[in-house]
Unconditional design. Structure first.
Length: 182
């Protein structure tokens, strides 16, 4: 059986796309056809938490005014997939600003406004990330399904019954393909 090097789990794979490729444009049109993605500077302050954009922006609005803008962060794993992550940024009245720090310290992000997809503060329900394969590697679609199924936002019993073992699908992808993606 092929082995996977441990350092692969510490590598940075997804990042802000350098340009709006056809794949990025297609994903954006699918999610929010009336809006276009924009570069937004990241200016996180003290007390903000990675991965908690909705609460970070809510606190910023309470402190400094302005408003919350809902939408999607657009990420890309070059040659593998494009991804949209439900997100919120602060609108200070003049510009959009991402007040949430990111794992890899991005200075700016690609943000797609989508006022139709608001965050459910009461139920604390997050939307699952939307991923689309770039078509270079044949098993990426299977990995995307496995990734979605392993998300806490999916009903694992229902989806595992429908698609089969999440672990087997994910293991098969990682052991047969991951070293080609480096």
């Amino acid at each position: 059986m092929a082995s996977v090097k441990a350092e692969i789990f510490t590598k940075r794979f997804t990042t802000t796309p350098n340009s709006i490729s056809a794949a990025v444009a297609s994903l954006c049109d699918e999610l929010s056809p009336d809006h276009r993605p924009v570069r937004v500077p990241v200016r996180s302050g003290s007390g903000t938490v990675i991965g908690e954009c909705f609460h970070n922006v809510q606190a910023k609005v309470a402190k400094d005014g302005g408003s919350i803008t809902y939408g999607w962060l657009i990420w890309e794993w070059p040659r593998v997939f494009v991804e949209a992550e439900h997100h919120a940024v602060w609108n200070d009245g003049n510009a959009l600003i991402d007040v949430t720090p990111h794992i890899h310290g991005e200075f700016d992000v690609l943000f797609l406004p989508d006022p139709q997809r608001v965050y459910d503060y009461e139920g604390r329900t997050r939307l699952i990330n939307v991923k689309r394969s770039l078509g270079v590697f044949k098993n990426v679609e299977g990995w995307i399904i496995a990734s979605d199924l392993s998300s806490p936002h999916w009903s694992s019993t229902h989806w595992a019954t429908r698609f089969g073992s999440i672990a087997a699908c994910s293991r098969r992808f990682w052991t047969s393909n991951i070293w080609h993606l480096q």
